[in-house]
Write a protein that binds this ligand. Structure first.
Ligand code: ADP
Length: 667
């Protein structure tokens, strides 16, 4: 009987597992790295132990050490979550040796599916349909290339040890092949310490449809239907849904049975996901099997009413599956949107920093937010920058989608840049509403999705100004975490009791300057005049929410102040204003006016140019790896490389000059 579980993970999934374990009366142990000492998963667990410094390899990936701690704490079972040690066969083996239950499939199943090429071999033998390609052991680049040439382009290179879209490259012609293979191998080596590759025919309009399977240790297996995960960016899932739209009962049953066939082929037990590519003609091909709980498992929970973590724990306890196939039914429709700290307007670079403001939509039986962070927490450079998963449910797809849009509109996050508006644009787009789902959806509709919705400044500036005035004049609440106290403009208090006092305030919004004149009335309402228009404004500030009445119209907006920046979270997006500071007259020449800079902290993995070399606008100069992803930095204009400040292997900080380029004015 499992009485105590250690969760060898962090963030939202650790919190998720703890929740179910507690509900089942099981004691929980959290593990954490130094930077996670105050993290939510640590707060939620009954016990917690530090397992090392921030980098994953020194903490969350230290299988042997984690196991030692689990032994010392008399833990019965370890739940690995997803990522980290979840698909590490050696770790599962070590657990078994120490007599601790690994909540996952057998070691043989993990090993069999751990390599995409070995998995394809097994599935081929079991009669599960595969995408044509080469998945052999001979890694001679010439052989891989020959196979690609024979199949015809486009092809897809995949790291056999891959996951999360890493080590994967589309190749559209023979000319691109060598560079693509080298880049995919580099990424695979740094992410998985294994650069073995396979190549597949690249299907141009497939959907990603995956089947949730579950097996127990008594040869029973069921499928909990499908999830459509076609909305992907660089092969990483962005929005997932269940059930898959326009899926016939016959196809559902056919894919479910094929998935079970795959599971039985490797004596599976526990939660597993069999991923398929579904082609336009209804044929489907095995891609891979993930031998763990998936990030997107909540959409399956919402439509089946089952708790998959509970199922995992029961199976690990050697119990029978809680339900038979005929007991399982689909109810309604569910979506999951992954909320990330990243900048959609800057090549989706991860954004790090403090979550100064974090307002989630109200959760209830239709709305679920799975997260591992609270307001005030840091999004660090060390881990995946996912902030939360927003999961919604409703009776049908249309209602569920409308709920998703509403909830995304209610989400307010300040302090880091997020993809929330981007998710809203996808959810609100016509092709998404019409369920025209293909894995290239984002590329195909990129123009409309990436067009930033602009906030009507005139409409919201009075409310923003009111927020600032209230902050200046109210006694500032102590829970504003010192952010406001450090603000220099906050000290310009112009309030005079019983005296109308006019003051001017200068702001910059989207590079445009505004001067507002404000007068406080005896009833503590304000006259705000901007661009010769007058507004009567009153309101209160509490808990980072501005409740206001502007010219008789009431509204509520989350609001955030950080140094001299003020952000109002409007239904159209975030309106940011900078309060203009007195000119301190310091500027001076920028030493690196002609430099390309590092987009964030990372490691140089390839320097592709040298001093004296001529470069063309758009040419790759240097590749920096950060958060396990390669970021290619390109020449902003034609020129000559004047100096390279770093070489391969160097660590670089975000914002530093990497390479100086002198503009080529010869033409
Ligand atoms: P990972 O394990 O890195 O997530 P997968 O093999 O699961 O990689 O593939 C991720 C995504 O890449 C799929 O969801 C699909 O969109 C795309 N993909 C994979 N294989 C193919 C293919 N042969 N043709 C077209 N798209 C593919």
């Amino acid at each position: 009987m499992i009485k105590k579980i250690l969760i060898a993970n962090r963030g939202e999934i650790a919190c998720r597992v703890i929740k179910t374990a507690k509900a089942m009366g099981i004691t929980t142990v959290a593990v954490y790295s130094d930077v996670d000492a105050n993290a939510l998963h640590v707060k939620h667990a009954d016990e917690a132990i530090c397992i090392g410094p921030a980098p994953s390899k020194d903490s969350y990936l230290r299988g042997t050490y984690i196991l030692q701690q689990a032994k010392a704490l008399n833990v019965d079972a370890i739940h690995p979550g997803y990522g980290f040690l979840s698909e590490n066969a050696q770790f599962a083996k070590d657990c078994a040796q120490e007599g601790i239950i690994f909540i996952g499939p057998t070691i043989e199943a993990i090993e069999a599916m751990g390599s995409k090429s070995a998995a394809k071999q097994i599935m081929e033998e079991a009669g599960v349909p595969l995408v044509p390609g080469y998945h052999g052991d001979d890694q001679d680049p010439a052989i891989i290339k020959r196979s690609a040439n024979e199949m015809g382009y486009p092809v897809l290179l995949k790291a056999t040890a891959g996951g999360g879209g890493k080590g994967m490259r589309q190749v559209w012609s023979e000319a691109e092949f060598d560079d693509a293979l080298a880049a995919a191998k580099r990424e695979a080596m740094s992410s998985f310490s294994d650069d073995k590759m396979l190549v597949e025919k690249y299907l141009t309009e497939p959907r990603h449809v995956e089947i949730q399977v579950f097996c127990d240790n008594h040869k029973n297996g069921v499928y909990l239907f499908e999830r459509d995960c076609s909305i992907q960016r660089r092969h990483q899932k962005v929005i997932e849904e269940a059930p898959a739209p326009n899926m016939s009962e016959e196809l559902r049953a056919k894919m479910g049975e094929a998935a079970l066939k795959a599971a039985f082929a490797i004596n599976y037990s526990g939660a597993g996901t069999v991923e398929f590519l579904l082609d336009t003609d209804g044929s489907f091909y095995f891609m891979e099997m993930n031998t763990r709980l998936q990030v997107e498992h909540p959409v399956t929970e919402m439509i089946t009413g089952e708790d998959l973590v509970e199922w995992q724990i029961r199976v690990a306890n050697n119990e029978l599956l809680p339900k038979k196939q005929s007991d399982l039914k689909i109810h309604g429709h569910s979506f999951e949107a992954r909320v990330y700290a990243e900048d959609p307007n800057n090549d989706f670079l991860p954004s790090t920093g403090t979550l100064h403001l974090l307002k989630t939509p109200k959760t209830n039986s239709n709305v679920r937010v799975d997260t591992g962070v609270l307001q005030g927490d840091e999004v660090s450079i060390y881990y995946d920058p996912m902030i939360a998963k927003l999961i919604v449910w409703d009776e049908d797809r249309e209602k569920a989608l409308s709920r998703l849009e509403t909830c995304l509109g209610e989400y307010a996050i300040g302090g880091v840049t997020t993809n929330i508006d981007y998710l809203r644009r996808i959810a609100g787009s016509t092709p998404f509403k019409e369920a025209k789902l293909t894995t290239d959806f984002i590329e195909r509709h990129n123009d409309s999705i990436s067009t930033q919705t602009s906030v009507e400044v005139d409409k919201y500036l009075p409310a923003l100004l009111l927020g600032q005035l209230l902050l200046e004049h109210n006694s500032i609440s102590a829970d504003s975490e010192g952010v406001l106290q450090t603000s220099p403009w906050q000290k310009h208090d112009s309030y005079r009791s019983n005296l109308s006092h006019k003051s001017a305030l200068e702001l910059t919004v989207n590079d445009k300057n505004y001067t507002a004149f404000t007068t406080i009335n005896a009833d503590r309402s304000w006259m705000i005049s901007i661009d010769e228009r007058e507004y009567l404004a009153s309101g209160t500030l509490a808990d980072d929410i501005l409740t206001c009445t502007i010219d008789g119209i009431k509204a509520r907006y989350p609001i955030m102040l950080n140094s001299n920046h003020i952000s109002l979270f409007t239904p159209q997006g975030i309106l940011c204003a900078e309060v203009v500071q007195p000119d301190l007259g310091e500027t001076g020449e920028d030493d690196h006016a002609n430099s390309v800079t590092a987009p964030m902290n990372g490691t140089v993995v390839a320097l592709l140019v040298k001093a004296g070399e001529k470069v063309k606008k758009g040419q790759q100069l240097i590749i920096v790896e950060a958060m396990k992803m390669e970021h290619s930095i390109k020449a902003p204009y034609d020129g000559i490389v004047a100096e390279c400040y770093f070489s391969t292997g160097d660590l670089v900080s975000g914002g530093v000059a990497l390479i100086d380029i002198t503009a080529d004015e010869s033409e």
